[in-house]
Write a protein that binds this ligand. Sequence first.
Ligand code: HPA
Length: 252
Amino acid sequence: MTTLAIIGGTGLTRMEGLTVTRREMVKTPYGAPSCPIVFGELGGRQVAFLARHGSTHRIPPHRINYCANIWALHSVGIKRIIAVGAVGGICESCSVGTIVIPDQIIDYTYARENTFFDGGADPVEHIDFSYPYNENLRSALIDGAAAVDELNVVSQGVYGVMQGPRLETAAEIRRLAADGCTIVGMTGMPEAALAAELGLGYACCAVVVNPAAGRDGQKVDTTALPASIKSGMSNAVKVLDRTLQSSVLEES
Ligand code: HPA
C-alpha cells in the first residue's frame, strides 16, 4: 500500500521518472482536489503524486482547495507527505537554485479554508503545531539533497507564507526578514496545518527561484522565472529520487 505522497508545486505538475500504475479522482466532503492522484513507483518506492495547482497548472495559490487535497490523500491511505514548492529567497544563503528544507513557518495568509476542525466537536480541537514539519521526513530530504552533486542545500529555514497571487513589496519582504523568515512562498499554508490535523507527517522541499522583492535592490525579474523554475524543479526531482532511496525514510 502506498503511504507516502509527493505534492508538486509550480513547475512540477508531472513527476518525471514516476512509473505510473493508476490515477484516481477522489471525492471529498470538501469538494474536488486539484486533480486526480497519480500512483506509481519512484526511487524504488511506491508513491502517490498530486499536482497542487492542477494537472495543467491553472489553480492560483489562494484558490487551491487545500482541504480537499489533504483529505483526498488521507482517504487513500497516505501517512506522510513531501511537499515541493517554489519560493523566493530572503536570506543571503538562499540564493537562486538553493534547495531549502525549512523547519518553521510563519503564516501570513488570509481568507483560505484552513482547518478541518471547524466547529461541532466537543471539546473544541486544537493541534500542537510548535514544530510544523516532520523531523524524519526533513532528515530524509536533507540526506537526499546531500546526495545530489553540486547542489546548494540549506537544511533549515523559516517559510513565510503570503497570500499572493501577486509577489510582495520590498517593504513586506523587509518585514518578513525582520520576523525571521528566510524564504517566502504562497502555498505552504494551510497545507502543513491541515496535514497535521489529520495526523500526517509533512515536510517541505522548497526551491528558491528568485531573490525576494527588493533583496538585491531590484524588482523581481519575472522574465527570468520560467528558466529558474525549470532548472530548480529538475534539481528537486533529483532530490526526491535520492530521498525516496534514503534509508532514513524507514526510521519512522
Ligand atoms: N514570493 C512569494 N512566492 C514566491 C516567490 C516570491 O518571491 N517566488 C516563488 N514563489
